[in-house]
Design a protein around this ligand. Sequence first.
Ligand code: ADP
Length: 649
Amino acid sequence: MRLQRPRFGEPRRLILSFVLILLLPALAVVWLGVQLIRQDKALEGRQLRQLSESTADRVIAGIEQTISATERRLSGPGAGAGIRIGDDAVLVTVRDSGIEPYPPQHLLYFPDPAIMPAPAASAYEAGEALEYGAHDFTAAANAFRVLAASSRAPIRAGALLRLARNLRKLDRHDDALRVYVDLERLHDTDVLGLPADLVSRRARCALLADLSRGDELRICATALLNDLRAARWRIDRGTFDEYVRQGERWLGASFAIPVERRALAEATAWVWQQRADGVLPLSGRRALRLDDVDVTILWQTAGERVVVLLAGRQFAEREWFSALPPEPAAHSVAVALTDDGGRPLVGRVPLQSASVVRRKPSETGLPWVVVAGEGESTASRAEFASRRRLLLAGLSLLFVLVVAGGYSITRAMSRELAVARLQTDFVSAVSHEFRTPLTSLQQFTALLNDAEEPPLAKRRAFYQAQERAVERLRRLVESLLDFGRMEAGAHPYRLEPLDPCALVSSVVEDFAREVHTEGFTVECTVPAGGSTVNADRDALARALWNLLDNAVKYSGTSRRIFVEVATKATGVAIAVRDEGIGIPRHEQTEIFDKFVRGAASRAHGIKGTGIGLAMVRHIVQGHGGSAHVQSAPGEGSTFTILLPRVEGQ
Ligand code: ADP
């Protein structure tokens, strides 16, 4: 067993229930925190959603305004007049008879190449009979040369083409090239269903390729491709692609045709087809993605013609999307326009969260899906986050306070319970202390009162024994009174300069006389040169007496006690040494506390109250000194009182 600490039974249960009661508010704090944070998050979500909705509404209204302004221009008397076409849009007027683009160079190819009636092949019959029948190319050339002077351009164009062919067969290449130049001057005149200058340019390039005239071929092919890119001819997609491929072969390199222009031509084909199928409403808006290029189509019908605006991304951004929030977001909400598949056309796509608002074309009347929601770092989210952090910090603080408060209260409670237990022990110990001298007093009084009076020598011995018992009682009462005063804090020591050696010698002498009968010897060593300390004579004597008393009580089988006074630089040391049972290390500090008794004192059945050393410490500290112990179980103990020396000594 260790020190006489309280053994908890009831108290332990008390503390346990207190801890449990404490746990409840702590858990409530945690639960409250979780609820608050959850509510806060829900509120944040609602606010963000409201913000997203209002932003989406604002954007939709803004775009609707700009887009309907464009539509009004389409249906107006000028049919698209006043619309700033820019680089990536085209205005197309569609009639049954065909398509009219503005500006013409923005439509690379047509879904409806207006096929012009080819001139009757019979005009060339005579010449072709000479060419293919008689193989007389000179005569054939002459025949075609006559026709080439015809007043009718289509006849002239066909004749020039055939003339050049015969000249090539006659190996008159330069003459043939010159004829192609003549043919080119007929521009749009139809030959073989195509514009004359396109056919002649192709034939000329082919001849140059045959002749391996590389430099001229490159110039010829580049010019052809440039004109194709500038949409110089009204041709269909097949012809366009075929001529581009051919030109690239002659050039030996690929030639860039802007994808945006291609997309415009494809979108025109879509409109044409829809109209041909009879499914094109009278007016409408449509967003198409063609070869990864976004084209927006607006159309209005006026009479038998449909006016169509086909616009690329730049046009849309410039004319319609200025209502979108600027980037980077000064607003907390990101807005994007996407196609049906969710691919963004413009704007910042919002983060995927519950706050995202998606407005379909069927709801808005716009050709795109409008998506609005939380951007990458929304101001309100940051605000919410910091509020939550604050909340968390507050709750954590509260939690820590509850736990720390509970811990310290539990500690204080257990300490108080321990003291209460020690006090109970103290009362029973004091009662035991009183019992011994009282019993011997009673016995000797009974012997003296005996009818047969004992002889004088015996009587004297009885009286002496009675005196010792009374003295012991007196000391006990006095020490209890002293302890009471000490506890009440009302024990001012009357310090006076005195010689510690003389005091120690006198106390030791008295003590030795008392314990002499029990066989104890006290060896006292004091230094020769006297020294002085400021001390209360009675108090210091009591402290020394207590140490000597303990040395006897805990002496075990040994009967020797040593007292030594030593003068040191720091002060005067009074040491009391015994060869008794000793004190384990872990008890050596606590034994100086009041009511604390060592485990061995109980085990050996040694009587005591647990206040002796507490008084020693109190007295010594009251003198500005200190008390120490050095001990090992079974080897004895040395208690040392250190008192400061009087200044100047
Ligand atoms: P008490 O002696 O009445 O129990 P004290 O305050 O005088 O109370 O001593 C406290 C405890 O210190 C004792 O119970 C004992 O265990 C231990 N003690 C004190 N002096 C000695 C000593 N000389 N040798 C061994 N143990 C001692």
